[in-house]
Design a protein around this ligand. Sequence first.
Ligand code: NAD
Ligand code: DAU
Length: 339
Amino acid sequence: MNIIVTGGAGFIGGNFCHYMTEKYPEDTILCIDKLTYAGNMETLALIMDKPNFKFFQADIADRESINKIFEEEKPDIVVNFAAESHVDRSITDPEVFLRTNIIGTSVMLDACRAYGIKRYHQVSTDEVYGDLPLDRPDLFFTEETPIHTSSPYSASKAAADLLVQAYARTYHLPCTISRCSNNYGPYQFPEKLIPLIISNVLNDKKVPVYGNGENVRDWLYVDDHCIAIDLIIRKGTVGEVYNIGGHNEKTNLEVVKTVLAKLGKSEELISYVADRLGHDRRYAIDPTKIHKELGWLPTTTFETGIQKTVDWYLNNRTWWENIISGEYIDYYEKMYGNR
Ligand code: NAD
Ligand code: DAU
């Protein structure tokens, strides 16, 4: 099969390309990525020369380029990871989120309609459900939880989900959607919490914690997300939404303190800074559906996953040092300079 993976030079898409090229040597992975600030060819270095991997630099919102790839490569399956993915950037500059996350998704869906595919899978997020109160640990996001977004990022992802559902109903496009909780692991861009903590600490910088650090995220090791998506595209039911998460809720402070301890650093490095605007309080996924229907359960505990992640950043300094020496310096100053 020919499988298009968009956003494959990013964090999760990159891990998915590694996973798929290794697991399915008989399939060809066609990676499409615009190479924005978040895309990095170094993430794909280990698989670039594999015979079952091809890379195309293209913008998913550029209809002509996308149609050309579909015409030439005749994909069977499309997995759409490509997105602007960072909430803080969406608060500062929403427009590009609308273009990539909404228009880009519509261009991909149109190409799938025009050229025919067996499956279109939309990689969505638990953020489309909004947030849960901190004092109701009994509440979880199910697939029936109403869409109720908080940030321009989550609003753009929700809009994309609704488009996918519209194409499924109106044009009978064979679509599935997955909504996953926070991922962590190798190749994550150091603007996101866990790699930001590691890279700051290793550069003797403070670790900025928004507000009081009591916001809760539900962390999943990236390999488990990849396994879940692979299961959904092969065995999931067309038209369905699947939540992905492993009941691994932690406050941001717990995460920060765990990583500091793994690196043997003092909690005095924690610096409380102004809160994120509209900051979602708690995310927590109920993964019952994917467990019951597809037998998925996470395979990596937080204890193991966080150790593997810290080790990866320690052993791959060049990967992230190249990133934080570029455009990221301006971003960091703008985001944290006066906070
Ligand atoms: P990322 O920011 O690390 O990577 C995004 C990739 O998409 C980059 O390689 C970038 O170059 C590419 N891209 C951006 N705009 C593009 C465009 N117009 N055309 C083609 N490529 C473009 O993101 P990530 O964290 O790997 O997230 C991947 C997907 O998973 C996103 O759709 C995100 O919403 C979703 N998701 C992420 C998480 C998480 O914790 N990171 C959790 C749930 C869902
Ligand atoms: O839940 C899934 C979502 O998880 C994905 O859809 C997003 O693409 C992904 O970026 C992630 O969103 P978050 O906003 O939860 O991730 P982030 O790493 O930016 O922040 C995690 C938490 O840590 C959040 O509560 C904000 C806080 N934070 C973040 C940064 C960057 C800090 O306290 N300090 C920081 O410097």
